[in-house]
Write a protein that binds this ligand. Structure first.
Ligand SMILES: NC(=O)C1=CN([C@@H]2O[C@H](COP(=O)(O)OP(=O)(O)OC[C@H]3O[C@@H](n4cnc5c(N)ncnc54)[C@H](O)[C@@H]3O)[C@@H](O)[C@H]2O)C=CC1
Ligand SMILES: O=C(O)C(=O)Cc1ccc(O)cc1
Length: 366
């Protein structure tokens, strides 16, 4: 079947981080977007940064219905907002993007709504920030976008739901709602609670101890900065699936405590080696950035003078060299006026990039 592209108009209800990012991405592709949010400030900011026009402008055009309505509201109110959108635009397809899927589908099944025009979806991309100011039109590029086709959904509705993800540059994957919730309990909700539990240990600690923090702590606690209002809704709606993983974590933590309470006992070192190698084995199973097989990227570090424009210059030159960046981290060497830009690239590009950068006068550490 030929891929569908959206022609619009598309209405986005909820102009926070995700809704505004969707609006920006679609407008960038030339799809007309109309926005609505109960917060006049969020709506105005989304309009101001170019994510679309107020929905009142669409409604002023009598008889014009959106092709697609995207509900990007918090999970708790998503079913209500979907129900209202289906009634308000009786020919439009309505999708939501909430992080949990079974509870919302079950809520909608309990109401008399036209489920043939509804499809649940979930972009597996976001940030630890919320609100329209944090929005990015390219947020979804190459990230998975789950489409949960259910038995009542029409082919047309499923086609438009997939077109939304594809038009935003995401990789569309199909899961049923229950399978989706099973998956996100492991790959999204467990990481969130582990990160929050870890970061909560840092409260009230001596700042002198924290001054030694390196990337290990930053990597493992980044998402602990996520919005509590959103996450209490997500965790509450998928509690039964998440708690099964936490039983496993509890068992492993109890085992580890037992080992560390007697670290010289026979077998203790073997237990620790096993813990580490089990972690290595799990980590190696995480797919590459584009959903492909696990891929080890090669890292290099470039030292840049702490002056405005240096990082932009470096990135421009890497673009000129023709190497695609897979990941980028910035760090400062404390006490010295030097920044460290850590770059990951495909291993096959590493040596050439190092040579080219050195030739252009950059100081590269490998
Ligand atoms: N934050 C993330 O990284 C991701 C979030 N999601 C899902 O996207 C949805 C939106 O999340 P964010 O954009 O992060 O949150 P956000 O807090 O940035 O934005 C939510 C927006 O919904 C509005 N809103 C509140 N009540 C509403 C209602 N009754 N009707 C319409 N709009 C309402 C708020 O005013 C706000 O502008 C959630 O369902 C979340 O589960 C999905 C993938 C990633
Ligand atoms: O910031 C990150 O790395 C995330 O993974 C964000 C995120 C948050 C909630 C979702 O439902 C999906 C993705």
């Amino acid at each position: 079947m030929a891929p569908t592209h959206l022609g619009g108009p598309v209405v986005v209800i909820g102009t926070g981080l995700l809704g505004t990012s969707i609006g920006l991405g679609l407008e960038h592709r030339g799809v007309p977007v109309f926005l609505e949010d109960p917060s006049p400030t969020h709506q105005a900011v989304a309009v101001d940064i170019g994510a679309g026009r107020p929905v009142a402008e669409l409604e002023a055009d009598r008889g014009v219905e959106p092709q697609l309505v995207v509900v990007a509201a918090p999970p708790d109110v998503t079913a209500d907002v979907v129900e209202r959108a289906l009634a308000r635009w009786p020919r439009a397809v309505v999708v939501d993007i909430a992080s949990v899927k079974s509870a919302i589908l079950a809520e909608l099944r309990g109401r008399s709504v036209d489920l043939s025009r509804y499809v649940g979806t979930h972009p597996m991309a976001g940030r630890e920030k919320s609100g329209p100011v944090a929005a990015r039109g390219e947020l979804f590029t190459s990230m998975p976008w789950v489409v949960c086709a259910h038995r009542e959904a029409s082919d047309d509705a499923v086609r438009l739901a997939k077109a939304l993800g594809a038009d935003l540059g995401a990789t569309v994957v199909e899961f049923d709602a229950d399978e989706h919730d099973e998956a996100v309990a492991l790959v999204s909700h467990l990481p969130q609670v582990m990160s929050s539990l870890l970061a909560s240990r840092l409260q009230g600690t001596d700042l002198r101890l924290l001054s030694l923090a390196g990337n290990g702590l930053r990597d493992t606690t980044r998402i602990a900065a996520s919005d509590p209002d959103l996450w209490i809704q997500i965790l509450g709606a998928n509690a039964d699936k998440l708690v099964k993983h936490l039983y496993g974590v509890r068992e492993d933590v109890e085992r580890l405590i037992g080992t560390l309470e007697a670290p010289t006992a026979p077998g203790a070192r073997l237990d620790l080696a096993q813990l580490m190698s089990e972690g290595n084995a799990g980590q190696a199973r995480i797919p590459g950035k584009h959903g492909g097989p696990p891929q080890a990227f090669a890292w290099l570090t470039v030292l840049v003078d702490d002056r405005p424009g240096q990082i932009a210059k470096l990135l421009t030159e890497i673009g000129e060299i023709g190497v695609n960046l897979e990941d980028l981290r910035l760090d400062h060497s404390s006490g010295r006026n030097v920044g460290m830009v850590e770059i990951s690239v495909l291993p096959s590009k590493h040596d050439d990039l190092v040579a080219e950068l050195e030739e252009r006068g950059w100081r590269v550490l490998q």
